[in-house]
Design a protein around this ligand. Sequence first.
Ligand code: SF4
Length: 572
Amino acid sequence: MSEHESMNCGVVIVGAGPAGLSCAIHLLNLINSHNESVGNGTKQGPLINEDTLGVDVPLMIVEKAGAVGDHSISGAVMNPNGLAELIPNFREKGAPLESPATDDSVLFLTAKGSWKLPVTPPTMHNDGNYIVSLNKLVTWLGDQVSELGQDIYATFSGKEILYDESNPLLVKGVRCGDKGVGPDGNPKSNYEAGMDLFAKATVLCEGSRGSLTKQLIKKLDLDSGKNPQVYATGVKEVWELPEGRLADGRVIHTMGYPLDSRNFGGGFIYKMSENKVSVGMISALDNSDPQMDAHKNFCKFKAHPLVREILSGGKMLCYGAKTLPEGGWNSVPKLGGPGFMICGDAASLINVPRLKGINYAIKSGMLAAETIFESMEKADFGPSQFEKYQQRIEGSWIGKDLKPFRNFRALMKKGVVPWGLMKAGISYYSGGIYPFGTLKLEADCKELKPESKSAGEKQQDAIKFDNESLLFDKLTDVYLSGAKHEEKQPCHLQVDETKCKTCYDTYGAPCEAFCPAQVYNIVKNEKTGDFERIQVDFSNCVHCKTCDIRDPYEAINWVCPEGGGGPRYVSM
Ligand code: SF4
């Protein structure tokens, strides 16, 4: 008998974020409605339950965080179109909406000044949208799942994909991570082998750069013929402001400082309820400067007179960071195949010019649910069944929204201001006809220039942290993310340390710069100052995945730590 206990499930959803929970809610509603109709004789066919599916449980949801919502973070201004389809009476049911977005503006920042764009770009209009805390929204979606009688298994991380023994291309479920393993890899007294969850359908909803999704894309070559994915790192804090500082619903986006005209990204300030404000900065990871540091960019943004004035007298409450897949439609991998579907950020379904992703996560989860439900009705989970999910995505408003912007990010590659933005404008008004075809992108890790060659390109000046009123260093910020991991476990950042010395000599330790949680620290010889080794303080990790993406030697592999570890976000 295998040391891994197993369970046969109808469906396994990995990740209880907006995509995974929406998939669960929609699927449970479809099954309940079907069973009710079969029960009252208005529909023919068998009931759908564990007996008719021939499984132990129809649905299993696993989540690596300690509690649902703990790892969920986003800006965020949400288009409610996805939520309205999922739960039409979401307002009456008390969905946690901070405020309707009432006032949009886009500002261009110079080092000391700012000017408002005379016209807000059409993609940046937020009429009808809501400012939300994703962390609160996900917690609420989790409550909706519980109301439907479904459990969510938090602290269960996905460790590896299980494939059919006779068909190695057929996904048969996931193996959960072990618990109680010591730093040396040996079992401790509380050891529990991770459970094997076999499933007819495995739905990956792990968020940006999901570790299982990464394995699957590589093994099944799901990104063949596609652009490589490119990412940005978003860093944000939630502040409590003095009464009356900003009106609820105020949405401010910025371009320019602290980024130069070649680099993509920008700042945001969203006024939430109860005098809270979400303030953050997004920095693209295709920056050639190996010392590019999204946390420092964020600090420089906060130190700008405009932002400093907004935050003055306020109190910082919480910190977090995440990556965003920005490649657009041309970087979306094949999303459905034998036994699997990929949803939400893990599927790279983000509309970068509109800065929207939550609605696509919700809708993609719903489309996965409809695909599974069709399989359940027909009792057909054959290898081609989940390829229909891809067609559903393409035919839905997700495909219609994303296709016209398929080259948006590539248009910014040769400079953002002004040419990139001008070309993006032409592309928008041509309905995406311009530019023709697919503009190529390069993976972010290939974009760093050796330090000597990028001399003069460094955009980072020293930041004077006060750790009290405005500028917090990484460790102080990490403390306010609530990040914590069981220290006595194997490091979940698998670093090929044979590459570190060369990387240090060539690029000057980019890991110290790109990690927004000060996980990587180069230890130098006290006397000579020469490189000695890398120290990885994995307990600080906020699970943003930047290291897995940007390391120039691809020497860092992020895997799930023991379930329950990571940030504990509040209001993020
Ligand atoms: Fe992000 Fe990697 Fe740092 Fe963790 S170690 S916070 S995933 S960059």
